[in-house]
Design a protein around this ligand. Sequence first.
Ligand code: S3P
Length: 427
Amino acid sequence: MRVAGSGPFRRELRVPGDKSVSHRALMFAALAEGTSRIRGLQAGADVASTRAALERLGVAMWDEGDTVVVEGRGLGGLREPDDVLDCGNSGTTMRLLAGVLAGHGFLSVLTGDASLRQRPMARVLDPLREMGALALGRREDRLAPLVIRGGSLRALTWRLPVASAQVKSAVLLAGLHCRGTTWVEEPAPSRDHTERMLEAMGAGIVREDGRVGVRGRVPLAPLDMEVPGDPSAAAFWAAAACLVPGSRVTVRGVCLNPTRTGFFRILRRMGAAVELRPTGTSGGEPVGDVTVEHRALRGTRVDPAEVPAAIDEFPVLAAVAAAAGGVTEVTGAGELRHKESDRIGTLAGELRKAGVEVEAFEDGFRIRGPAALRPAVFDSHGDHRLAMALGVLSLAIPGGAEVTRADAVAVSYSRFWEDLGGNPDRP
Ligand code: S3P
């Protein structure tokens, strides 16, 4: 994909439905008693993986216009799949489903693409085994393909070694299926969509200082909700406004859950004019509009405590930091090395191609700006968020730039390049 340098962005737009909320809405609807109706579900490849896996597990669902209707099968009501469940590129599909499947007595095998088969899975298999499920993986139970045979589980208290909403959710979902209360303790709060949505469905969610629990075997009521826009997608438009002088962008109907809006807080500290205007709620999530107006930005230091609420936005933050004056430093973000690509190594390598001064650490990076940006041929490394971050950075490069393996965006935002106004330049 060739992206030309851009004139001011003055736009109002909507982004696809939130990916994390979409996965959860489909999965939790499958576990509910009765029929759920979900509007505005994200249409990317990751959510399609969740949908296909649930269908293989015996869940009936169909589209009615922009609504997906799901026939819930009740807790423990899924059916043994007659083949391997392919989670594609989606860590959320694999890790959350592992938790759900631990509550079922049948055998299932979960696999995914080459990237997902390299991502850490012991973090989810360990607690499930501790609860009484058979939970195996390749390379001494560390990598997918995974094999799960669950059944009668026991409640436990699990302390997460790293803040991870996917692992927290897997344990809570297994906990839905057993007697007693299952607790998860986190070193720092990760996104809490699972707790909010389960609570909205009538589950027994309990919160205490630094931990969250779920009472098992409480039936779930079906969902009737609209999925809010994805703040991680809105982040690219916020960044575009920051990178191109004279820009002002408004994204409507975005999920404003504070565990997801860390990037906007960081941008504000860098000097951007960022406005978040709440307009309502949906499925237990606050929703509103985001407006960002261009200002000259300065570098900032991101505290490790800020990392979980901005975890998916570091590629695009790095793009903004390249154009900001002074040093931007991120530490305590070693988890970035375990995302769809090693988002410290791949990011540093790609930014250097455009003349950005970047230093990579084991757990973060330092960028000194503003860079004298020069045209480059970037590689997405098959990582959707890297592709989009490099696409947005290209807007600020005099003469523009090229992003190869640009179709990686289909994982979460298929119409990204059209929205960016890039010129399709493919064979
Ligand atoms: C997600 C949690 C985060 C995030 C991912 C989606 C979720 O991963 O990076 O894109 O939907 O729960 P971790 O749980 O590994 O931090």
